[in-house]
Design a protein around this ligand. Sequence first.
Ligand SMILES: Cc1ncc(COP(=O)(O)O)c(C=O)c1O
Length: 414
Amino acid sequence: MGNPLAIQGGKPVRAKLFPSWPVWDDTDAEAVAAVVRSGRWGRLNGDRVEAFEQAFAAFQGAAHGVAVVNGSVALRLALLAVGIEAGDEVIVPPYTFLATATSVIECNATPVFADIDPDTYCLDPEAFAAAITPRTRAVIPVHLGGQAAAMERILTVARERGIAVIEDAAHAHGATYGEKGLGSLGDLGAFSFQSSKNLTAGEGGIVLTNHAELAAAVRALHHCGRRSGGQWYEHTSLGGNYRLSELQGALLLSQMRRLADQTQRRNANGLYLNARLGLIPGILPLARGRGETLHAYHLYVFRYDAETWGVPRAAFVRALRAEGIPASEGYTIPLYRQGLFRDRAFGPYTGYTGSHPDLDYGAVHCPVCERACGSEGCWLPQSLLLGNRRDMDSVVRAVAKLFEHRGALRQATE
Ligand SMILES: Cc1ncc(COP(=O)(O)O)c(C=O)c1O
């Protein structure tokens, strides 16, 4: 039956690599070199970080931006800015990177997990509404893979109940929801510029907001608790040094020149993959058309139905990789099942010890997330989506080849 599977010695569908990441040229190198030559390496004596804050906030449609050292800190400072305290509850999805929930613990507050929507893998707004208690102070919808969470419903519920909304937009650079940029819809939005992200300087993060007082709070928090207009060694609130360097600011500004075009390309390729992969039995692209206008596709996530294929996901992914497609199983452990939560290994952060039943993380059960982690979720990286149509066709051909050979694949795994 045609060319055998690459894992069984056949010719891989693809020998060529997909576009690599990051994308850079001499302009980027020159932007950083100019900062080196200037000798103004810290944000306190240069202007690159400030210029980047303004440019990125404007790009996402927010009034203010405060650049910080990474996305994890961006989340924590956003929570502190809205006044999260010991014993407060913050609702988070369990299908996300650890920092969405640990940023809450690092405020001495309690992350409460609410399940994801099976069609988008983002926070299910009804699960969020059901998880609200009198102690709920904030919610962190994650725009998973760059797909907008159900912001309209989440914002409506949150506003009715006086709950702050902090968008985890670590995957969502350039993405839009209706007319608005993600990260500018809630009270605050947090982005990451870590190496794999769609906009990167190796590390970094930013907090966006439309509220001047929240921006001032984040600015003080990231600058050792200093107040604007105060003396140098005057500290009026608890804060730390979470400032970004000018080298990173310059690189981010330079990298931003490509973001709009790259986002359009990923979005177009994501839609194309949806249409083509969706024709293969047991491959279910996530839903589009839920209000998002541009999907950032930091990850191209699709659902794999192991029953239709008769092949476990791990074997499917291994075989796909052998065909030259850099797929992964993504998150395989719901956050609440991580040892950190199971054992409440929260170090000195003990203020959370309240009476909420969800504090027994062993008793938490989010069936959609468990299915996504356990057998269904498959990811392709954002840099793959920077390829051309032929590159996308090779992904489709590889999956179709595996489906055609699923009998052999099944036998190889038995
Ligand atoms: C969803 C999500 N939130 C937050 C973060 C934290 O960002 P950083 O790694 O810059 O601290 C990440 C990073 O991987 C992420 O994927």
